[in-house]
Design a binder for this molecule. Structure first.
Ligand code: PMP
Length: 355
């Protein structure tokens, strides 16, 4: 049969998220989730939630959540855009701002969703090689382009760039929108957020999925000039007004207000990351310095693929990509001290990495 409608399908190769195994007795260090639960203030909201509120549509401008985020970062609510995880926010930003027909730029080793969004929206792109130490060369981003995006710290390397270097790139690109994806910034990086007051073309994107332990709730947000945020909302309201449900808005607002809990869990993860760096280094792993909640490490003696599979057999999930340059590395999310002990025991005492 001649299925001519198929000629007009928007064909895409979808993004492949990290595995979410069904078993619960595993050690899950493969998708950069936070090993600690969200703030107890979130539990309180859920316990007290009156389900009759579900009859009503949520506030379409997600006022409760937007106001809480604006207050936390000392911004006007009109400088904050929220979405269903930062994936939704970044996708909306691509659709809104990357329309010049010129290629957008991002690093060759980076979050592997960027090229998927570019493809689905038919946005041309060019990738720029990282230096051998996995840092970004700002000169690569000073050529004509239709927009720029990269994560800081970068994923999956964990490498942090300075605010000064980001400003250099933003300053060189007054004619395009520059997006900095700060999914992991809370784990020890300096945010470039203050620059949004100076540059109306800079969009800073963050998420509740990592430092606020709420990957399952799906909350992401973008902060930028009122102009940028208005343009994003215009597109969002042209597709789906009610992206943020009532329960999520309430839980998100409660989480962002609990600064003390946020600090305490982030501090625990950072401490564990530094301990893990020392142990991995003693074992012969090599890795770029990480300022995120994961370490991108190359095992000694054995291939990353071998170590990945051996760990998996023992119920320990880390992430490995069969891609040039990065196929020698494992991305290991920082878990609880107990989880990291088990990882180290498997690698070392069970002999996975031994010669
Ligand atoms: N940006 C980067 C760099 C990420 O690693 C992730 C997590 N996969 C995201 C954005 C999206 O996170 P979320 O949609 O959960 O906010």
């Amino acid at each position: 049969m001649n299925n001519s409608w198929e000629e007009n399908v928007r064909r895409v190769v979808p993004y492949v998220p990290g595995e979410q195994p069904k078993e619960t007795d595993i050690i899950k260090l493969n998708t950069n989730e936070n090993p600690y639960p969200p703030s107890p203030a979130v539990q309180k909201i859920l316990d007290g939630f009156d389900i009759s509120r579900m009859r009503l549509y949520p506030t379409p401008d997600a006022e409760i959540l937007v106001n809480a985020i604006a207050e936390r970062y000392a911004l006007k609510p009109s400088q904050v855009f929220v979405g269903v995880g930062s994936d939704d926010v970044i996708s909306m930003a691509f659709l809104t701002f990357f329309n010049s027909g010129k290629p957008i730029f991002f690093p060759d080793i980076t979050y592997s969703f960027y090229d998927v969004w570019a493809d689905v929206y038919r946005i041309p792109y060019e990738t720029k090689p990282l230096r051998p130490d996995f840092t970004i060369d700002p000169e690569d981003y000073k050529k004509p382009n239709g927009g720029i995006i990269f994560p800081n710290p970068n994923a999956p390397t964990g490498v942090l760039e300075s605010v000064g270097m980001i400003e250099e790139i933003v300053r060189a690109n007054p004619d395009s929108v520059v997006m900095i994806d700060e999914a992991y910034i809370d784990f020890g990086g300096e945010s470039c957020l203050p620059l949004i007051e100076k540059y109306d073309n800079l969009l800073v994107i963050q998420t509740f999925s990592k430092s606020r332990s709420m990957a399952g709730m799906r909350i992401g947000y973008a902060m930028g000039s009122e102009k940028l945020i208005k343009y994003m909302n215009d597109v969002k309201f042209s597709i789906n007004s009610y992206t943020m449900n009532t329960v999520t808005q309430l839980c998100g607002a409660a989480a962002v207000k609990d600064e003390e809990y946020f600090r305490s869990t982030v501090d625990k993860i950072v401490e564990m990351r530094e301990i893990t760096k020392n142990v991995l280094s003693d074992m012969g792993f090599t890795f770029p310095d990480s300022k995120s909640n994961f370490i991108f490490a190359k095992p000694p003696h054995k291939s990353a693929e071998y170590v990945f599979n051996e760990l998996k057999k023992r119920g320990i999930y880390v992430r490995w990509w069969n891609k040039p340059i990065i196929k020698d590395y494992l991305r290991i999310t920082i878990g609880t001290p107990n989880e990291m002990d088990k990882l180290i025991a498997a690698l070392c005492w069970e002999g996975i990495i031994n010669e």
